[in-house]
Write a protein that binds this ligand. Structure first.
Ligand code: PMP
Length: 376
């Protein structure tokens, strides 16, 4: 029983089929001028158009295919910061961003940029008022996540975008790794300039993602070479991965409402179970936030011990975040959300997917209270 879908999801069969077909039948270099190359290019461009359309970005945006959200975040933040550094060197982010955002800001800070790291509210979201007060005439970039990967908090993008655009000339970058495919995103209605995501979070393949950015925006790439992907990401593009990602996104968004309702029902069942266990506290919000992610702190027991106990029963959850290379230290996200070090040291994450079954949740809800009692 797998409850670690925020770390990754299994690739969907149809996605694998698309990947296989394109690899077999359209394997030519999409940048070559011969007929097989042009056919591969056609598929690549078709996938690009589909991704843009699925995110309301058909007009005024470009889609750059990348190796995933880590690369997209690096490219977006570094690219924008350097691009506008003559205008200003003030950048804004939040305390609960993914390490692929926070560490980029840390490195920019060491290069002389001035970075404001916003605190978050008790539900894990950024306070629009706090953001408004942090904006300055020399702010060139604000980078905030849509859904938090540890506690599931959902930032209100329409409100935050409005605050940024009304109060500054800053570019707004959003890390949507935990929301793309699960929540609708319509860039035509948001004041968001750049959007990051990874395909493997919505039943696509690992090693593929994208950065959406304004058509007119140019900046220095991370990778130099043949100038592919509008000069922003050199290297031979992969039509198979691109087509697989477009398909994964389309399939996920097709049923998003139904999936959201199903996962919400499971989430409430799990929360109810957790709330009945003494000295277990839910981190983040109980009823707002993404239903796909539940985080709680279990006093008195090391998270790794709970993980092991559950694993012995073939139930797999996670501590901190699998994305941070298996560290077992305290969760900086839970610390920022609760202000409580003990809670941050004792947090576990249970994450769901549309494919999570009722009997799996029943199994988890029967096992967890008993295990915690035994371990105590
Ligand atoms: N941002 C967020 C919010 C994430 O959850 C993740 C994946 N854990 C990433 C970025 C990085 O994605 P990837 O590992 O696919 O590059």
């Amino acid at each position: 029983m797998y409850f670690d879908y925020a770390a990754t999801t299994p690739p969907n069969d149809e996605v694998l089929k698309t990947f296989d077909t394109v690899n077999r039948d359209f394997w030519a270099n999409p940048h070559a001028l011969h007929r097989p190359g042009l056919r591969a290019e056609q598929l690549l461009e078709q996938a690009r158009g589909q991704v843009l359309a699925l995110l309301g970005a058909e007009s005024g945006f470009r889609c750059i295919f990348t190796s995933g959200a880590t690369e997209s975040n690096n490219m977006a933040i570094r690219g924008t910061a350097y691009r506008f550094k003559k205008r200003g060197k003030h950048l804004i982010t939040s305390a609960v961003e993914h390490p692929s955002v926070l560490t980029v800001f840390q490195s920019l800070e060491s290069e002389g940029f001035d970075v404001t790291v916003l605190p978050v509210l008790g539900n894990g979201t950024v306070d629009p008022e706090e953001l408004k007060n942090a904006l300055r005439p020399d702010t060139t970039l604000v980078s905030l996540m849509h859904v938090n990967n540890e506690v599931g908090a959902i930032n209100e993008l329409p409100i935050l975008g409005k605050v940024i655009k009304e109060g500054s000339d800053a570019v707004f970058h959003v890390d949507a790794a935990q929301s793309a495919g699960k929540l609708p995103i319509d860039l035509s209605k948001l004041q968001v300039d750049l959007l990051t995501f990874s395909a493997h979070k919505f039943y696509g393949l690992k090693g593929s993602g994208a950065l959406l950015l304004p058509e007119k925006m140019v900046f220095k790439p991370l990778l130099y070479g043949g100038g592919q992907e509008f000069g922003l990401r050199s290297g031979t593009a992969d039509p198979a991965r691109a087509a697989a990602m477009a398909k994964a996104l389309r399939l996920s968004l097709k049923n998003w409402e139904e999936d959201f309702a199903w996962v919400s029902k499971l989430r409430f069942q799990i929360q109810e179970t957790l709330q009945k266990i003494p000295e277990v506290e839910i981190n983040g919000s109980l009823d707002e936030g993404s239903p796909y992610i539940i985080n709680c702190s279990v006093a008195g027991i090391k998270p790794e011990t709970i993980l092991q106990g559950l694993a012995e029963k073939k139930i797999y959850i996670s501590t901190v975040s699998a994305c941070s290379a298996r560290q077992t230290a305290e969760s900086f996200v839970v610390k920022a959300v609760t202000g409580d070090t003990k809670r941050a040291q004792h947090s576990i994450r249970i994450s769901l997917a549309s494919i999570t079954a009722q009997d799996e949740v029943d199994g988890l809800c029967a096992t967890l209270p008993e295990l915690i009692e035994t371990l105590r």
